[in-house]
Design a protein around this ligand. Structure first.
Ligand code: PBG
Ligand code: ZN
Length: 330
């Protein structure tokens, strides 16, 4: 009967309430940002086969889609444009078409739900003829200067339309600084948050999204701009760079295989909110495992997100948002 006092831990977590005190951070509804797909067919509601339960929505159906979620406590969304009828070109001209799906959705959501926080993903790949995230040289490589100039222009136009946040996912060098300067010049830097997809890795987990958004590159891949999965040091440099270029929020993407990078970001940018994106392939994976009977969906969805919170994030972009709004009390 001689056991060290320091060996005894179980008394501290044998009750659901004391177990909850063991977490530094509890998941709440306000930490969730819901990624939504807006198409240019105003009356559309098209299910996305590879993203179970998610649809492409037309602007005329946003009330039917978002109304019930706002009722349940939805606080923020991030918009992705999915144009099917536009003329895609070399520089992604349709991205900031005033009649296009993103700008129309910003106006509509601001009018319907003035309290709802609207972030917009900023990228060119949904709008370029070649499907890459920037403007290209003749030989198909990224042309940095016009890419950054165009991406900043799109971001400023989303901000002018009323987006509360612009979030560039293109991974071009120097775009955070260019967007920040563009917002300042437009007199919007104090009204629009800049969320940097700082550590965005070239991942296999974007497949369902590319299906949903029709944004797969027509040739090559994104390895010249998205980070290599083993690139821990590179991710740290990208985080530091984006902080110095004026990012208001840092993001790590995907989330589950990159929890160490989230922890690094929490250490490197301790004074910034820290977001992570549980991407389409992670969501599909969690859902598929539950369907196979590997685990219970709700339990696994919570466990996946609790790992992200433990690693240090304060904001989670996830397709599970509608379910979490049902599962959470606050
Ligand atoms: C495109 C973009 C991608 C995602 C967000 N913005 C895919 C890509 O880089 O090819 C992925 C989101 C997801 O998988 O849920 N810039
Ligand atoms: Zn892109």
């Amino acid at each position: 009967m001689t056991m060290e006092i320091s060996s005894i831990l179980q008394g501290g977590y044998n009750h659901p309430t004391s177990r909850s005190w063991q977490s530094q951070r509890q998941l709440t509804k306000s930490m969730l940002m819901y990624p939504i797909f807006i198409t240019d067919e105003p009356d559309a509601r098209v299910e996305i086969a590879s993203l179970p339960g998610q649809c492409r929505w037309g602007v005329n159906r946003l009330k039917e889609f978002l109304g019930p979620l706002v009722q349940k406590g939805l606080k923020s969304v991030i918009l992705f444009g999915v144009p099917v009828h536009c003329d895609k070109d070399e520089r992604g001209t349709p991205a900031d078409d005033p009649e296009g799906p993103v700008i129309q959705a910003i106006l509509k959501i601001r009018a319907l739900y003035p309290e709802l926080y609207i972030a917009t993903d900023v990228c060119l790949c949904e709008y370029t003829s070649h499907g890459h995230c920037g403007v290209l040289h003749e030989d198909g490589t990224i042309n940095q200067a016009p890419s950054v100039e165009r991406i900043a222009e799109v971001a400023v136009n989303y901000a002018k339309a009323g987006a509360h946040c612009v979030a560039p996912s293109d991974m071009m060098d120097g775009r955070i600084r260019a967007i920040k300067l563009g917002l300042m010049e437009a007199g919007l830097a104090n009204k629009c948050m800049l969320m940097a997809y700082s550590a965005k890795f070239a991942s296999s987990l974007y497949g369902p999204f590319r299906d949903a958004a029709g944004s797969a590159p027509s040739f090559g891949n994104r390895k010249c701009y998205q980070l290599p999965p083993g690139g821990k040091g590179l991710a740290r440099r990208a985080i530091i760079r984006d902080v110095n270029e004026g990012a208001d929020v840092i993001m790590v993407k995907p989330a589950m295989p990159y929890l160490d990078v989230i922890q690094d970001a929490a250490e490197l940018a301790p004074n910034h909110p820290l977001a992570c994106y549980q991407v389409s392939g992670e969501f599909a994976m969690v859902v598929a495992g539950a369907e196979k009977g590997v685990y219970d969906l709700k339990t696994m969805a919570f466990e996946s997100v609790e790992g992200m919170l433990r690693a240090g994030c304060t904001l989670i972009l996830t397709y599970f948002t509608p379910q979490f709004l049902d599962w959470l009390e606050v």
